[in-house]
Design a protein around this ligand. Structure first.
Ligand SMILES: *Cc1c(COP(=O)(O)O)cnc(C)c1O
Length: 362
């Protein structure tokens, strides 16, 4: 079989070593005679898996002691409702939530939040076709907003924040980091809530990670479903109801793999090198085009267009023949997209760059 490189935006590539370890342990985890899938979430085996995953993640992201790490379900999209349901209980009604609209995912968050509160779009780059993060000087924030929601990496538009907003300290920042968590160093203490669906940079679909500052817990609206109430979930160590056990196990294997790679700082250096390699090939001449402003370009999700879009199918077929898979862009924006998450080795990016050069006749 030719070597395959999977550029899917998500569910996405996982480290080969992790998949191999999961395969080796599939039928009999550590001599228990059980697959992790068959274990009680309350038994000592699974509890040890869970505790190690939480410990490793806390270490990788340097999560301060006053933040809870929660494993939830419902994906990133459910968070768009779970967050207002958890954060509006103590606010004077009607509450206002500030948003910065930088692309498709923050757009979905705005729509969903509008069911629970007034939303203020403090800044939007819709008119600029979502090609840069509006500079903070241009944001029109609401004094006393319940929180500010941003999507720090827009997976479809390929736009990534390169700064943390400086706002009134009493307003928590909620960040959707689904597609770049663990790809770069972050200062968790600058955020109130960080969330991420697992299927981009953590593990399989079905687990949603939430990192929540403790003082924000316990303020849910009475209509918040119990299974999504941070207080109930945190008090039960993410086992208020049955958690996505196998997904947590794989996420834990990914965290251990990240530690063996040298942690997030080392991954960030690799991600810089990988993304620079790919952008250089796209920028070499006008055969390909990435339309995002240089200082807002994502290191993880790199959309691009062929100058001559009638060659799209030929481009994709040639890529597939070389084992370069899932390069087709999101249907809402067309073109191509290469997602180069932590688990994408530089060899995969080099292979794509070689193909880009060959296809362009360079
Ligand atoms: C994928 C993604 C989501 C949605 O995740 P689901 O698990 O499909 O709900 C939300 N936000 C961002 C930034 C994403 O990349």
């Amino acid at each position: 079989m030719t070597q395959i490189f999977n550029f899917s935006a998500g569910p996405a590539v996982l480290p080969k070593e992790v998949l191999q370890q999961a395969a080796d342990e599939m039928l009999n985890w550590h001599g228990s005679g059980m697959s992790v899938m068959e274990m009680s979430h309350r038994g000592p085996e699974f509890i040890s898996i869970y505790e190690e995953a939480v410990r490793d993640l806390r270490e990788l992201l340097n999560v301060p002691a006053n933040y809870k790490i929660l494993f939830l379900q419902g994906g990133g999209l459910a968070q768009n409702a779970i967050i207002p349901l958890n954060m509006l209980g103590n606010t004077t009604q009607p509450a206002t939530i500030d948003f910065v609209h930088t692309g498709s995912w923050s757009g979905k968050s705005i729509k969903e939040a509008a069911r629970y509160a007034r939303v203020n779009v403090a800044a939007s780059n819709e008119a600029g076709a979502f090609t840069f993060v509006p500079p903070q000087e241009s944001w029109k924030l609401t004094p006393g907003a319940a929180y500010l929601h941003i999507c720090t990496n827009e997976t479809i538009d390929g736009v990534e924040f390169n700064f943390v907003p400086e706002i009134a300290p009493e307003t928590p920042i909620v960040a959707d980091m689904s597609s770049h968590i663990l790809s770069r160093q972050i200062d968790v203490s600058r955020y109130g809530v960080i969330f991420a669906g697992a299927q981009k940079n953590i593990g399989p679909a079905g687990v949603t990670l939430a990192i929540v500052r403790e003082d924000l817990i316990g303020k849910a609206l009475p209509i918040c479903p119990s299974a999504f109430d941070w207080k109930l979930v945190a008090d039960a160590d993410s086992m208020y109801n049955t958690p996505p056990t196998y997904g947590i196990y794989i996420a834990g294997l990914v965290f251990a793999w990240l530690k063996r790679q040298g942690g997030v700082a080392a991954m960030e250096q690799r991600n810089i090198a990988k993304s620079e390699l790919l952008y250089a090939a796209l920028d070499a001449d006008d055969f390909y085009q990435n339309r995002v402003a240089k200082d807002s370009r994502s290191r993880m999700n790199i959309p691009f267009y062929l100058r001559d879009e009638s060659m799209n199918e030929k481009f994709l077929a040639g890529a597939r023949a070389r084992g370069l898979l899932q390069l087709k862009g999101h249907k809402s924006v067309g073109g191509m997209r290469a997602s180069i998450y932590n688990a994408m080795p530089i060899e995969g990016v080099q292979s794509l760059v070689d193909y880009l050069n060959e296809f362009a006749g360079r």
